[in-house]
Every structure is written in structure tokens, then in C-alpha cells.
Design a protein around this ligand. Structure first.
Ligand code: 5GP
Ligand code: ZN
Length: 122
């Protein structure tokens, strides 16, 4: 898609700080992070929104979801469950359409997490 900023990031025309890439997906750090760790998992194929995906994207969507905890772990935002209780973790989010807060109309999965030392101080 000619005017799509994420297609340009996928093609390398616009630079990004990559966290992962394979034949189907790339992941890069959000330019305006909303959390200590904030990456976007993006399919190379231009699909505008989650609502535009269909049965043929089932494996691709599954791959995106399975990559989220792996990348979070690599970037220091992994979820741990231990006898002391749960720790760490992240949000995984698809904004969809104007009412969903979507600004870039190329499908992407936000992965947001990481240590929040300011928590529990108030
Ligand atoms: P949306 O609101 O569409 O779910 O999220 C779009 C996200 O893309 C925003 O969090 C925004 O900061 C990020 N973003 C927009 N343009 C760029 C860019 O050129 N580079 C990077 N790395 N992130 C971008
Ligand atoms: Zn695109």
C-alpha cells in the first residue's frame, strides 16, 4: 500500500528499531512508547484492521499472538508464575477503528509491559 507508514517500515523505506523479523512478521519498538517496553507486532501483508482479517489469516494471527509472550520475555517484560504468586507481565492489544483508538490502518498487535518502579509508591 503506497501511503501506509507500516508498509514503509516493512519495506525498510522508513527506519525502525526492530525487535524481531521473519518471513511473515516484523516487530519494532513504538516511536512513542506508552510503557517501559512497547513493541508492535506487524504482519508484512497489508491488512488494515483486525475486522478486515478472515479465515485465511488464522495462522498469521495465531503466530502474532504466540510471538507476544516470547518477545515480552526477551525484552524484560515476561510473565512469571511462582509459588510467591504472579509477577511481571504485559498487555497485548489490537486497537480497531476510530472508536478503538486505531491511528495506523495496518494491522498491529501492541505489546506493552516492563518494570514499573513507580507502582505502589502512592
Ligand atoms: P494505533 O493507535 O494505530 O493502535 O497505534 C499506532 C502506533 O504506532 C502508535 O502507538 C504510534 O506511536 C506508533 N507509530 C506511529 N508511527 C510510527 C513510526 O513511524 N514508527 C514507529 N516505530 N512507531 C510509530
Ligand atoms: Zn500497510
Amino acid at each position: 500500500m503506497d501511503n501506509c507508514i507500516f508498509c514503509k517500515i516493512v519495506s525498510g523505506a522508513i527506519p525502525s528499531k526492530k525487535a524481531y523479523e521473519d518471513e511473515d512478521l516484523i516487530a519494532f519498538h513504538d516511536i512513542n512508547p506508552a510503557a517501559p517496553v512497547h513493541v508492535l507486532i506487524v504482519p508484512r501483508e497489508h491488512i488494515p484492521t483486525l475486522a478486515d482479517s478472515d479465515q485465511k489469516h488464522q495462522a498469521l494471527l495465531g503466530k502474532m499472538m504466540l510471538l507476544a509472550p516470547k518477545l515480552a520475555e526477551e525484552l524484560g517484560a515476561g510473565y512469571q508464575s511462582s509459588t510467591d504468586g504472579p509477577a511481571g507481565g504485559f498487555k497485548a492489544l489490537f486497537n480497531t477503528g476510530p472508536d478503538g483508538g486505531q491511528e495506523v490502518y495496518h494491522l498491529h498487535l501492541h505489546v506493552m509491559g516492563g518494570p514499573r518502579p513507580w507502582r505502589g509508591q502512592r
